[in-house]
Design a protein around this ligand. Structure first.
Ligand SMILES: Nc1ncnc2c1ncn2[C@@H]1O[C@H](COP(=O)(O)OP(=O)(O)OP(=O)(O)O)[C@@H](O)[C@H]1O
Ligand SMILES: [Mg+2]
Length: 412
């Protein structure tokens, strides 16, 4: 098929990579630098040139439709060939006029990954969401006789503790190209996106380093650094700022773990959270939880509670008059996604919330036992009130789940 694709479709920095010859092709760097768009364009061109089969892999399959697949559809549209391709939903697939094929798999289903045959190209999108084990398993395909398989790998440099750092930046494989790009390389990026990115400079320097400069961040041990204890008057805040939202989060506990309830005021535009009040008690029955909620006059607000206790939620709702309680959605990857969402805020803790302060001071990442290095997994400790905090912010996070890391605050 003959189509004419001019240079104006591309960001200049990527043009030389249309002809890349290496086996391993890494596109990493800041947010909005055009990595995903370019890979969708380049791979589409390659699939049109000759019959190939592209396997796209991301952390989970359900994120694929709105990200990688949507990107390919946009490129088919841009190249004016969408109606010549066969696009199926179940399974999600694109078949080109020459028989080339794009298929999608989540890294959360290794068995399904193993069974795929005849792949010539693999794109691992947001590779930091994919485990090293899955990458190694995919790499075994390089040994397929008589086929030269190519890898395309894209990611933001979230942390030096992630496997991509040692794999591609410390000891890169032979036959590997690494291109780093940032928002500066993308002339198609709206100014508003750039403005949002720049705002990160003050609020969260680590995020700025990763998502604006495209440089590897490194995790400290403590999960939350973006908070301070300060007096404020919640009623005054609400009076002067009509954009503020009021929410309650609840994490059930009983004997070993306390029940944690948190009252939050959020300014989603200015990215500020005020922790107004808390409950932190062991041994509470549901009737007593309801009593605490009513005493604090929280029963009129939306309360998002740990969905693991559906029975307690139903009981609070039907027998104890807590009518606006809903279960958190949670789901795979929701802990890290929730943490990363909260990390982007300026958090102000009222001095009366002593337990929230203790948890914020102590909630930490795990360490790898063999290396002693911090890994990107939170410890299951000092997380009761902080889980409640994640739950009550969940709805905003869901508004934009383009990727595990919520980039809604950058305007994506
Ligand atoms: N060649 C292009 N033509 C038109 N729009 C483009 C082009 N390249 C990038 N863009 C637009 O710029 C925005 C950011 O690009 P893209 O999503 O590819 O960046 P990214 O590097 O993958 O970002 P992230 O690290 O957040 O995944 C998108 O809205 C995309 O459509
Ligand atoms: Mg991308």
């Amino acid at each position: 098929m003959k189509i004419n694709i001019g240079k104006e479709f591309f960001n200049n920095v990527y043009i030389p990579y249309l002809k890349t010859k290496t086996t391993m092709n890494v596109f990493m760097g800041g947010a909005g630098s055009g990595k995903s768009k370019f890979l969708a364009q380049k791979l589409t061109i390659d699939l049109l040139k000759e019959k190939r089969k592209l396997l796209c892999v991301r952390g989970t399959l359900n994120t694929m439709k709105d990200s990688v697949h949507a990107e390919f559809l946009a490129v088919l549209e841009q190249f004016g060939i969408r109606n010549q391709c066969k696009i199926t939903k179940m399974p999600l697939e694109i078949i080109f006029p020459n028989g080339s094929q794009i298929i999608y798999r989540g890294a959360d289903d290794p068995e399904k990954l193993k069974s795929i045959q005849g792949v010539t190209d693999i794109w691992i999108e947001e590779a930091t969401e994919v485990s090293k084990e899955i990458y190694d398993q995919l790499k075994l395909r390089l040994r397929t006789p008589n086929v030269k398989i190519r890898f395309f790998i894209s990611y933001n440099p979230v942390s030096k503790e992630n496997w991509v750092y040692s794999e591609f930046h410390v000891n890169p494989p032979t036959d590997c190209t690494v291109l780093k790009t940032t928002y500066k390389d993308n002339r198609f990026l709206p100014q508003e996106y750039i403005d949002n990115l720049m705002e990160m400079k003050e609020r969260n320097p680590l995020y700025f380093k990763i998502y604006a400069d495209g440089e590897f961040g490194s995790l400290g041990d403590r999960i939350y650094e973006n908070w301070r204890v300060e007096e404020f008057d919640a009623n005054e805040l609400i009076k002067v700022n009509l954009n503020l939202q009021h929410r309650i989060g609840l994490d059930f506990g009983f004997k070993a773990d306390p029940t944690g309830i948190i009252e939050v005021i959020a300014d989603m535009q200015e990215k500020k959270l005020w922790i107004v009040d808390e409950v932190y008690e062991r041994g509470l029955l549901n009737s007593e939880i309801a009593e605490r909620i009513k005493n604090k006059r929280w029963h009129k607000s939306l309360i998002t509670a740990d969905s693991a206790e559906q029975k307690s939620i139903a009981e609070l709702r039907t027998h104890h008059g807590i009518s606006r309680i809903i279960p958190a959605k949670k789901g795979k990857g929701s802990i890290m996604a929730g943490i990363q969402f909260i990390q982007q805020f300026e958090v102000i803790v009222h001095p009366r919330c002593v337990n929230t302060k203790i948890e914020l001071e102590n909630y930490s990442y795990k360490k790898d036992k063999s290396t002693g290095r911090t890994i990107n997994v939170p410890q299951d400790n000092f997380n009761h009130i902080l889980d409640a905090l994640r739950y009550c912010l969940e709805e905003w996070q869901r508004i934009n789940r383009v990727k595990g890391v919520s980039k809604s605050l950058f305007g994506l």
